[in-house]
Write a protein that binds this ligand. Structure first.
Ligand code: C2O
Ligand code: CU
Length: 568
């Protein structure tokens, strides 16, 4: 594939910019090598070995233009099974290279290799990639930047500089031990020790003075911050002291410009922000901290920071100003931001919201408990914590669903995922009978016809502890046409749907004891995972999969499996 440097020629007047373009355009080569390996890292005065890609943390950024295909050779040089997922990349007709373990592939074993094509189609903006096996995504993740096609431009004035901002979460202990202990105990996982901005905690932690991401800015310039929440367990609030930011995109789709003082970002979600360096020259903190709505669930209450440093000669304030961030359980502030996102929906960036639907699904999303022998588990009253969708707590199969579907292997999964909650109750009541807490185990999928149009209402429940659930769908994005608190009312609520400019997302934070309604067209045949992007809920079973059947023509059918699929 040729280098795409022609745009660089148009901006010869600013050397720095040319360099910047030069770097980004020439990294858009078609083939990359990802070597997964153990790498020693030191933060907060303790050293441990983490899994990385190519020794980098966060991992390397992938650059592409809309419509490109990028090939990645993934080598597993670690001692654990691993898979890599391209979060938000639709991968048309190619579920084989999507990545979730035991859903579309078996993991790459130590010493193994798997070549994945990352096929961009409608996406434009920021996405990310991450491991999709056990909890390895804690350190195995990185940004994906999708530029407009060469002859087209952004939906906003071209920023002077672009910066990926990857929000992460850090445990001093080995993540494998955290995960094993968590599974073993049946309770909540140990809370993390720090949040990170671009791999660094910032100087509000003990022993982290040097470990701060710094962004030097020129007064008067505009910066495009490509924010990714790669944290494991919580939604985060994020803000920059003394600066408003303008949201211009989410999940690789343009939004109407939205000027705000703070944002809320879910694990899995990406948000593109414009930052104008228009304040008095000084140093300013950007900061992120948890939004955690579940009563009684502990969380990492630390604040991670990075620094915006204006260039020039002056004496910076000491300490630099910190931004205001909403309180940790401020649900109103979270939905107040998330509920204001709108698709750009402009002539040059049209949208197509399904106006009529062929399937209406209502899926409850619940935290649950299983009884535990002698009440000896670490969940409430000695129970084992679990989670479910429509009361089915997902059990991972031992060979992947895609393979079983394609080769018609029986006994791997069932196609009886319920369209409606099997148990109807007042989902969001303050007190719910204990008997409702226990789900069924199962490996059930929902099979839908090619090109059907789906409305899916995700209904939170107050079982065990009501909380927000950032629900993520593979293989397509959906329009978030409505949301609310309490129980979804199928007569009243659809009247208030936004079918004009709803945001197009791949992850939606369903609010605590509330619901969200999404619509999508099933134009992508394959097996597509749907799950809560809070890692503990995913491990507990808050997931299911859609099978979108083949269409009538060869170009509406799943591609044949690549020859190097990792063996099960
Ligand atoms: Cu971010 Cu199933 O993925
Ligand atoms: Cu959840």
């Amino acid at each position: 594939m040729e280098m795409r440097c022609s745009v660089g020629a148009q901006v010869l007047q600013i050397l720095g910019l040319v360099l910047f373009l030069g770097i980004h355009c020439c990294e858009a080569i078609a083939r990359h090598t990802f070597v997964i390996k153990e790498t020693p890292y030191t933060w907060l005065c303790s050293t441990k070995s983490i899994l990385t890609v190519n020794g980098q943390f966060p991992g390397p950024t992938l650059y592409a233009h809309k419509g490109d295909t990028v090939t990645v050779d993934v080598y597993n040089k670690a001692n654990y099974n691993i898979t890599i997922h391209w979060h938000g990349v639709k991968q048309p007709r190619n579920p084989w290279h999507n990545g979730p373990e035991y859903i579309t592939q078996c993991p790459i074993k130590p010493g193994g290799k798997f070549t994945q094509n990352v096929t961009f189609s409608l996406e434009e903006g920021t996405l990310w990639w991450h491991a999709h096996s056990d909890w390895s995504r804690a350190t195995v993740h990185g940004a994906i930047i999708v530029y407009p096609k060469n002859s087209t431009s952004y939906a906003f004035d071209k920023p002077h500089v672009e910066v990926p901002i990857v929000l992460g979460e850090w445990w001093k202990q080995d993540i494998v031990d955290i995960y094993d202990e968590f599974r073993e105990s049946g309770g909540d996982p140990n809370t993390s020790d720090a949040y990170l901005i671009n791999g660094q905690p910032g100087d509000l932690y003990p022993c982290s003075k040097q470990d701060t991401f710094k962004l030097a800015v020129d007064y008067g310039k505009t910066y495009l911050l490509r924010l990714i929440n790669a944290a494991m367990q919580d939604i985060l609030f994020f803000a920059i002291a003394n600066h408003q930011v303008t949201v211009v995109g989410t999940d690789a789709s343009y939004t109407k410009p939205l000027k705000v003082d703070y944002i809320a970002i879910s694990p899995g979600q990406t948000i593109d922000l414009l930052l104008e360096a228009n304040q008095p020259k000084d140093h300013y903190y950007m900061a992120a901290r948890v939004y955690s709505s579940a009563a009684g669930v502990t969380y990492d209450n630390t604040t991670t920071t990075a620094l915006i440093q204006y260039k020039g000669r002056y004496t910076p304030s000491s300490p630099p100003p910190l931004p205001y961030l909403p309180y940790y359980n401020d649900t109103a502030s979270s939905v107040n931001f998330t509920g204001r996102l709108r698709s750009l929906a402009r002539g040059d960036h049209p949208i197509s919201v399904p106006q009529n639907v062929t399937h209406k699904f209502l899926f409850t999303i619940s935290v649950n408990t299983f009884p535990c022998a002698n009440d000896s588990c670490a969940g409430p009253n000695g129970s084992r914590l679990a989670a479910s969708m429509n009361n089915v707590s997902f059990v991972s199969p031992s060979i992947d669903i895609l393979q079983a579907y394609y080769h018609r292997i029986k006994g791997v999964y069932g196609n009886r995922f319920p369209s409606e909650p099997p148990l109807k109750f007042n989902y969001t009541a303050d007190y719910l009978p204990l008997a409702l807490e226990t789900p069924q185990n199962g490996t059930e999928v929902k099979v839908i016809e090619y090109n059907s149009t789906v409305e899916m209402v995700l209904q939170g429940t107050n079982l065990v502890a009501g909380t927000d659930h950032p629900m993520h769908l593979h293989g397509t994005s959906f329009y978030v046409v409505g949301w609310g608190f309490g129980n979804f009312d199928k007569k009243k609520d659809p009247k208030n749907y936004n079918l004009v400019d709803p945001p197009l997302q791949n992850t939606i934070a369903v609010p605590k004891n509330g619901w969200a309604a999404v619509r999508f067209q099933a134009f992508n045949p394959g097996v597509w995972f749907m799950h809560c992007h809070l890692e503990r809920h995913l491990t507990w079973g808050m997931e299911m999969a859609f099978i979108v059947k083949n269409g009538p023509t060869p170009d509406s059918q799943i591609l044949p499996p690549p020859p190097d699929m990792p063996p099960c």
